[in-house]
Design a protein around this ligand. Structure first.
Ligand code: ZN
Length: 451
């Protein structure tokens, strides 16, 4: 991606600004001034001097919100959407996902990364934490750099695999490779790209690999330890059989839980595990669609929030969702808790924060992104809330429910990351839509022949 010239000034004039700052300020009659990659100031609409800017985007029909942040996705799996239906987690991995991921080559991985990043950006997601796959980790990281998106990715670590024998590597190879990848990619792309150390889950990693990875991570400040935990009953039964401990108790016993660890799912956790999550300040990535589709269960999110445990949202992989839409996850995350805990819980504002500023906090990038505040990076989304399926009220009280319950990715009009437009008026400035879809179809055909 081309670097923009130094001192480039863009002015966006929106209908209103939903900031997601500490007091949930909603700003009206103000434009946002962006200089290079940052939000520089708010300018009263009646004091705008258009000649001062390289670009003035008059978006008085659109609402400006922070870019969404997804804390658990699988770019490598997007190509397999629709090919792994109606199975529970371990069967889904054994029969479909591990064989598919094992058949990736450079080309198929590149196009699945492109399709994923495109879908995420077109849907308003500007930052993600990706689980990666076993091989060719550099392909995904390079595509992230080239696309202009912000995010974390890394090689997915697997050194034991009873579910699919071919899909693994040796402990030593894994350790050498992640050190190299982290050295080459952590803090690249003008700081947009960070490395995430990604053991797949307890059942696919030796204790040595889990521990050594946490050690290596110390050499890369700002990186994340990203794994799956306590997703399905079959999985935790197997963990109990092997280690005589609950999943999160096991992670704690080997010293990998802290505030830079993100655990996807945490559907089935004991009271002691909840205490550990709280005491260690470990982050949970909640993926309600995937939990429902794989029949895993409903995570005790209300309890986690009550305890002050960090909960953020991710769409997980396309084959267990089957979308990468943050809007689906926001809506479901709220709705599935209400029949259990009553209508007061998981209000739209809480959910909106989970998908923006709380996501940034979980990944320790909240000084840079997650809200619209002066000095922060310009990761911004313009959303149209004047469609047939949105609220007819312009009152502030309906704004969050309008985004969380009434909107879909179709409402997203323009997306900026790091001060650069990536989607403008529903057109991607990075990817040719038809080209990546036809490339995706072709590479999927080739991949299926390699099974
Ligand atoms: Zn996952």
């Amino acid at each position: 991606m081309m670097k923009s010239k130094k001192g480039k000034k863009i002015l966006i004039i929106p209908k209103r600004i939903v900031t997601a700052d500490w007091s949930n300020t909603i700003i009206k009659n103000q434009a946002v001034e962006i200089v290079d990659d940052k939000i520089y100031s708010f300018v009263p609409v009646n004091q705008i001097q258009k000649q001062n800017y390289d670009e003035v985007y008059d978006a008085r029909n659109l609402t400006l919100i922070p870019g969404f942040i997804q804390t658990h996705v699988h770019l490598s799996q997007t190509l397999f959407r629709g090919l792994a239906e109606d199975l529970p987690l371990l069967e889904w991995l054994r029969l479909k996902i591990f064989p598919f991921e094992n058949a990736h080559n450079n080309e198929s991985l590149k196009v699945t990364a492109q399709l994923s990043i495109n879908e995420l950006l077109m849907g308003g997601t500007t930052t993600f934490l990706d689980m990666g796959t076993l091989r060719y980790g550099e392909v995904v990281l390079q595509e992230m750099i080239d696309s202009g998106i912000r995010g974390f990715s890394g090689k997915c670590l697997i050194d034991i695999n009873d579910l699919y024998l071919e899909f693994k590597s040796s402990t030593n190879e894994e350790i050498n490779e992640i050190r190299n990848l982290a050295q080459n990619y952590h803090n690249t792309g003008d700081g947009r790209i960070k490395y995430s150390f990604s053991p797949r889950f307890v059942l696919s990693c030796t204790e040595e690999l889990l521990k050594e990875t946490k050690e290596i991570m110390k050499d890369f400040p700002g990186s994340i330890y990203h794994t799956h935990s306590s997703e399905s009953v079959d999985e935790i039964n197997e963990v109990r059989k092997r280690f005589h401990k609950e999943n999160i108790e096991y992670f704690n016993s080997i010293g990998v839980l802290d505030d830079h660890t993100v655990l996807a799912h945490c559907v089935h956790t004991s009271e002691n595990e909840k205490k550990l999550l709280k005491n260690k300040n470990t982050r949970i990535a909640h993926c309600p669609s995937a939990n429902m589709k794989l029949g895993s269960g409903i995570a005790p999110i209300q309890q986690y929030l009550k305890e002050g445990i960090s909960v953020t949202l991710g769409s997980d992989g396309a084959p267990c969702n089957n979308n990468l839409s943050i809007f689906n996850e926001m809506r479901l995350a709220s709705l599935i808790q209400k029949p259990i805990h009553g209508t007061k819980v998981m209000d739209a504002q809480t959910i909106f924060r989970m998908a923006t500023i709380d996501g940034a906090k979980a990944l320790h990038i909240d000084k840079e992104v997650g809200s619209i505040e002066i000095g922060k990076k310009a990761d911004l989304v313009l959303i149209d809330l004047d469609t047939h399926s949105n609220s007819y009220s312009d009152l502030d009280e309906s704004i969050y429910s309008d985004i969380v319950f009434s909107s879909t990715t179709e409402n997203v009009r323009s997306v900026m990351v790091d001060g650069r437009w990536i989607v403008k008026e529903r057109d991607s400035l990075v990817y040719d839509q038809r080209e990546i879809i036809s490339k995706g179809k072709e590479e999927l055909k080739n991949l299926l022949k390699r099974l």
